[in-house]
Design a protein around this ligand. Structure first.
Ligand code: G1P
Length: 289
C-alpha cells in the first residue's frame, strides 16, 4: 500500500457561533482566545507541527478577522519594530504566501458541505480537517499523533474519544471493530444518534485525515442529522472501500464549542503558563476555599 503524504488541512470556520453570543456577534468564534492565542491559531499551530503546508479556511460572512489574523499587519509590525519590540509573539500568524487559501461557504449547510466547498483546492490528495472548537492539548499535538499513525495504516483516520453515555447524541459515534493499542478499526459511523441508540460511546472528535474520494461521496450526500449535510454520513459510506481507523489521542480535549469547556480550557492553560500561572493558581485556590 502506498501512502500519500499529507500536505493540506481544511479548517471549517463558517459556523455562526450562536452559543457564544453576544461575544460572537461581530467576531468569529474561532478568534475567541485561550489566554492570548485565538482558538484558530492553536489549530493552525497543531497543523504546522504535523507537517501541513497549506491551510484552507472555509469561511463565511463576518469572518474576515481570521484572514487579517493570518496576514501581515504592516502598521502594527512597523510600530513594534520602531519601539524595539520582538515580533516573536506573531510567529505562525504570518503564513507564507500561497500557504493559505480561503473559500466561502455561502450558507451554513453542515460540516460535510463546508468540507466539500474546499474540493478544488484539496484536489486529488489526502487532507486533514481540524475543528478549532475541539481544543486539543498534547505532546506531540493531536494531528501529529494522527499523522504518525496514518503513516502506518493509511486510508481514513479520525480522532476518537470515549465520552459519557449520556452525551453520545452530541457526537459522531463509532461502531468499533478490532482494537490495536490506541487504534480502533471503524466498522460503522452514525451522526448524533438518538439517546439510547448509540453503537458505543467511542465518539468522533474534530480531527480527521481523509482520502480525496470523500469529496465525490459528499457531492451527492443528502441531508442528515439536524437537516445538515454531515461529514460523518459521507465517511460512513467509505467504510469497507478504504481502511478506516479511529485513533485515541494521548492528551486532553476541551470542548470549546461549549461555555464551560471554554472557560475550563482557559483556566488549564493559564495555570500552566510561566508568566501568569502562579497568580492564577493562587487566585483559584483562594476563590474555591
Ligand atoms: C461535529 C461532527 C461530529 C463530531 C463533533 C466533534 O459536530 O459533526 O461528528 O463528533 O464535531 O466535536 P458539531 O460539534 O459541530 O455539532
Amino acid at each position: 500500500m502506498s501512502i500519500k503524504p499529507l500536505r493540506k488541512a481544511v479548517f471549517p470556520v463558517g459556523g455562526l457561533g450562536t452559543r457564544f453570543l453576544p461575544a460572537t456577534k461581530a467576531m468569529p468564534k474561532e478568534m475567541l482566545p485561550i489566554v492570548d492565542r485565538p482558538l484558530i491559531q492553536y489549530a493552525v499551530d497543531e497543523a504546522i507541527e504535523a507537517g501541513i503546508e497549506q491551510m484552507i479556511f472555509v469561511t463565511g460572512r463576518g469572518k474576515s478577522a481570521i484572514e487579517d489574523h493570518f496576514d501581515i499587519a504592516y502598521e502594527l509590525e512597523a510600530t513594534m519594530e520602531a519601539r524595539g519590540k520582538s515580533l516573536g509573539v506573531l510567529d505562525h500568524t504570518r503564513l507564507a504566501p500561497g500557504a493559505v487559501a480561503y473559500v466561502r461557504q455561502q450558507e451554513p449547510m453542515g460540516l460535510g458541505h463546508a468540507v466539500w466547498c474546499a474540493r478544488d483546492i484539496v484536489g486529488d490528495e489526502p487532507f486533514a480537517v481540524l475543528l478549532a472548537d475541539d481544543f486539543m492539548l498534547g505532546e506531540p499535538g493531536c494531528l501529529k499523533q494522527m499523522v504518525d499513525a496514518y503513516r502506518q495504516v493509511g486510508g481514513n483516520l479520525i480522532c476518537a474519544q470515549e465520552v459519557p453515555e449520556d452525551q453520545t447524541h452530541m457526537y459522531g459515534v463509532i461502531t468499533p471493530g478490532t482494537r490495536d493499542g490506541r487504534l480502533t478499526e471503524v466498522k460503522g459511523l452514525v451522526e448524533k444518534p438518538a439517546k439510547g441508540t448509540a453503537p458505543s460511546n467511542l465518539s468522533v472528535i474534530g480531527r480527521y485525515i481523509l482520502q480525496p474520494e470523500v469529496m465525490r461521496v459528499l457531492e451527492n450526500q443528502g441531508k442528515g442529522a439536524g437537516g445538515e449535510i454531515q461529514l460523518t454520513d459521507a465517511m460512513a459510506r467509505m467504510i469497507g472501500d478504504q481502511p478506516f481507523h479511529g485513533l485515541t489521542f494521548d492528551g486532553k480535549r476541551y470542548d470549546c464549542g461549549d461555555k464551560a469547556g471554554y472557560v475550563t480550557a482557559n483556566l488549564a492553560v493559564a495555570v500552566a503558563r510561566a508568566d501568569i500561572g502562579d497568580t492564577v493558581r493562587a487566585f483559584a485556590v483562594d476563590l474555591l476555599r
